[in-house]
Design a binder for this molecule. Structure first.
Ligand SMILES: *Cc1c(COP(=O)(O)O)cnc(C)c1O
Length: 406
């Protein structure tokens, strides 16, 4: 677990919080496991760490002294990743997980006891939704899922008593926007802990802690890593709840692997470059798609036509790299269109350097029946498009030839 102390102790950065996020993405954390003058954090593949002095070993084991014992608990490369993520969210502490879902499940485990009540939105990530619908009720935790954009209903549900308010914004796949400041204020009144999944936005575009959330988590597999070559998750927030989640994780065993941490660290160095590019390309494509006759509707928070645009304008500094659009002609048109694309992997996931595309019917919402998808406001002709860092005009041309073919 990184509590930010290494920033002062090891990296030679001292306390200079005024740096920009691009500089933070490059420099933060790398010095926490500096070795032999290496300018890149070494990959500590070792599972176990030796201590010849028994008193020192004990001090490390009891947490009185910095050091490592066993990589399920802590690992130097993993700690460097935690420190970079912590600095990007400007949080007091951070801890990591093997995947984004491990971040979600271990965080919820650390916060909830039988008899507690969770309020959340219907459009949370598919795996998170399974935890709400399948796992938590079996543990005697009550879950109330509200219409994602009905803020009055969410406030009413929070007002009825709530231990954890769990939010996501923008959401999958129609990029609905949730007012994080407004709902965090409602949660504060009833003493609930507010957890925000900031995966879609990234710390560059949205700062949930500044908007009133208590904890912010990421699937680092997506934009943070940015290359679709490492799974990981991270939780950032105040020291005490982060330590509690770390404790659940070290016992449950969902530790991030040092090799993955190393790839995530490398990816994060270019976070600002990638996110700025993806913000710009996504907005450009969304505007372009809006003008096409083959497209029934475009969902992107940066478009004034989007239902959540006003809130997004207030709480986001960029609108992100994911958009979705509905083709006239439903699933048949989707099938033809997807087959024509040359510059997009027809694959799950998002936030990569290469463009990823897919219909929710086979990716994020595959568990739902066609009727359930319709009920959730997901048209059968919908396509989720996660823009990569390719030249924007090439992506426009690729979409154009795809649309013309259907
Ligand atoms: C992908 C994703 C997750 C889960 O992350 P994994 O790394 O795949 O376990 C959680 N939340 C959101 C918003 C995601 O996009």
């Amino acid at each position: 677990m990184s509590d930010g102390t290494e920033r002062r102790a090891g990296s030679g950065e001292a306390d200079r919080p005024e740096r920009g996020p691009g500089t933070t993405a490059v420099w933060a954390g790398d010095g926490t496991c500096a070795h032999e003058g290496a300018t890149v954090p070494p990959v500590f593949h070792g599972v176990t760490f030796a201590h010849d002095d028994l008193d020192e070993w004990r001090a490390v084991a009891e947490g009185r002294r910095r050091g490592h014992i066993y990589s399920r608990n802590t690992n130097p490369t993993v700690e460097a990743f935690e420190e970079k993520a912590r600095a990007l969210e400007d949080a007091p502490a951070a801890t990591s997980f093997s995947t984004g879902m491990a971040a979600v499940s271990n965080t919820l485990s650390s916060l909830l006891s039988p008899g507690d009540r969770v309020v959340s939105v219907r459009d949370s990530y598919g795996g998170t939704n399974r935890i709400f619908e399948e796992f938590l009720p079996a543990w005697d935790v009550e879950v109330e899922l509200c219409d994602t954009t009905d803020h009055a209903a969410l406030e009413a549900a929070i007002g009825e008593g709530c231990d954890v308010l769990y939010l996501e914004s923008p959401t999958n796949p129609t990029l609905k926007v949730v007012d994080l400041a407004r709902l965090s204020a409602a949660a504060r009144e009833v003493g609930a802990t507010v957890v925000v999944d900031n995966t879609f936005a990234t710390p560059l575009n949205q700062r949930p802690l500044e908007l009133g959330a208590d904890l912010v988590l990421h699937s680092a597999t997506k934009f943070l890593g940015g290359h679709s070559d490492a799974l990981g998750g991270v939780l950032c927030g105040p020291e005490e709840p982060v330590r509690d989640a770390f404790h659940v994780r070290e016992i449950n065993g969902a530790a991030l692997d040092a090799g993955s941490a190393s790839r995530l660290l490398r990816g994060m160095k270019t976070l600002q470059l990638r996110v700025e590019r993806q913000n710009g390309t996504a907005l450009r494509l969304a505007r372009w798609l809006e003008g096409r006759p083959e497209v029934a509707e475009v969902f992107y928070p940066g478009l004034p036509s989007h239902r959540g645009h006003e809130i997004a304008r207030r709480q986001m500094s960029g609108y992100g790299g994911v958009l979705s659009f509905e083709l006239e002609g439903g699933m048949e048109a989707v099938r033809g269109f997807l087959a024509e694309l040359r510059l997009a992997h027809r694959a799950a996931s998002l936030g990569s350097v290469s463009t990823l595309v897919g219909p929710p019917a086979t990716t994020s919402h595959v568990e739902l029946s066609a009727e359930e998808r319709a009920e959730a406001g997901i048209p059968e002709g919908l396509i989720r498009y996660s823009v990569g860092i390719e030249d924007p005009e090439d992506l426009v041309a690729d979409l154009e030839q795809g649309l013309e073919a259907v």
